[in-house]
Ligand binder design. Structure first.
Ligand SMILES: [Fe+2]
Length: 353
């Protein structure tokens, strides 16, 4: 919060341009009666209710109804990881919290690569929460606001063991799982315990290319997920792969530890497990995977609807290991990026005269 204030990013804007005209009140008979074109200003439209408007060329181009290839070319699509993936980009903590260029480097890396490491974050209790609030609100979930990951025989999930954690996404047991995860390595001095990240969207792209029938099954069959403790419960049912209205992957749920028995019709079960097995083997193949050792003070951020995280087993007797993590929403981070870049204000429809 303080850093956002420092950069002048908090505070109310003067104008939100919210629409005051109720769209349903526009009579369906309203139509253009004539049009003209002014090369300086744009398109003049004379309406049959007596009004006349001029529309700026740049506004018309932004809002045209082009065919799908043209609109697709205008949408951002990140570069998926190669079969031999490199480690996530790194940025320094001081730059990120104190400068606009540092914040943009962090946000650009997350948007493009789906993962970014901030180095040199003070190993203080709750520092990950303070870091998150530089960019936006923390997404609070069940169990803890700041989740502690360390060896804990009474812990509520497998992350509290010292065993290998296969790459997975967290909290698929919510109808909308958290879309950003920040993992702060306060101490990571054990033998083993390397981080394992997999680009889930790249793995799904391979599945779609090589086994389209398996891909289709995983977009259709709902999977129940549950994470609970003695006093709390989270549960949701959704397909492993969710698509956006254009057919692109929007959300990957993959959690061996939280998936429950299917409630699907019996004739879908074999097809589901064949598809699940195939995707699981791609995810576990080593392709689209980055494996690296995080140092004390590293803070790993992943786009959690895209990039799966895991770790190799570690020897708890070999040194200290304590991670703290919080969750956020990707929407809030992409919004922060647009504001920092000055891209959030809509183009005026009317030309500036
Ligand atoms: Fe996890």
């Amino acid at each position: 919060m303080a850093a956002r204030q420092q950069l002048g990013l908090r505070g109310q804007g003067a104008q939100s341009s919210e629409r005051k005209l109720f769209t349903a009140d526009i009579h369906e008979a309203v139509a253009p009666v004539s049009v003209g074109y002014d090369p300086e200003l744009g398109l003049d439209v004379f309406w049959n209710d007596g009004r006349a408007c001029t529309y700026a060329p740049a506004w018309l181009r932004r809002h045209d109804y082009s065919d799908e290839p043209t609109r697709r070319a205008r949408r951002f699509s990140p570069t998926l990881w190669d079969e031999k993936a490199s480690e996530p980009p790194r940025v320094g903590h001081t730059d990120v919290v104190a400068t606009t260029t540092g914040q943009l480097a962090y946000l650009d890396a997350l948007r493009e690569f789906g993962a970014v490491i901030v180095t040199g974050v003070p190993s203080l209790d709750g520092e990950v929460e303070r870091f998150a609030e530089v960019f936006g609100p923390v997404r609070e979930l069940a169990f803890e606001r700041v989740h502690n990951v360390r060896l804990d025989p009474g812990g509520y999930n497998v992350a509290h063991t010292s065993g290998e954690l296969k790459p997975h996404t967290d909290f698929p047991s919510y109808a909308w799982p958290p879309s950003v995860q920040l993992l702060h390595f306060r101490a990571n001095r054990t033998t083993g315990g390397e981080s394992n990240l997999v680009d889930g969207w790249a793995a799904i792209a391979e599945l779609r290319r090589t086994h389209p029938e398996h891909f289709a099954v995983l977009t259709r069959v709902p999977v129940p997920y549950q994470l609970f403790s003695e006093h709390e419960d989270t549960a949701a049912e959704a397909p492993m792969i969710e698509l956006d209205p254009s057919g692109d992957v929007r959300l990957c749920r993959f959690s061996n530890q939280l998936a429950q028995p299917l409630r699907a019709p019996f004739d879908q079960v074999e097809a589901f497990y064949a598809a699940y097995r195939t995707l699981g083997r791609i995810i576990d193949s080593g392709r689209y995977r980055a494996t690296f050792k995080s140092a004390d003070g590293d803070l790993l951020t992943v786009h959690a609807h895209r990039v799966l995280h895991g770790r190799l087993a570690y020897d708890p007797a070999s040194g200290a290991r304590h991670l703290q993590n919080v969750y956020m929403e990707f929407d809030d981070l992409t919004a922060r990026r647009r504001v920092l870049r000055g891209e959030h204000k809509p183009l005026p429809a009317q030309p500036l005269r």
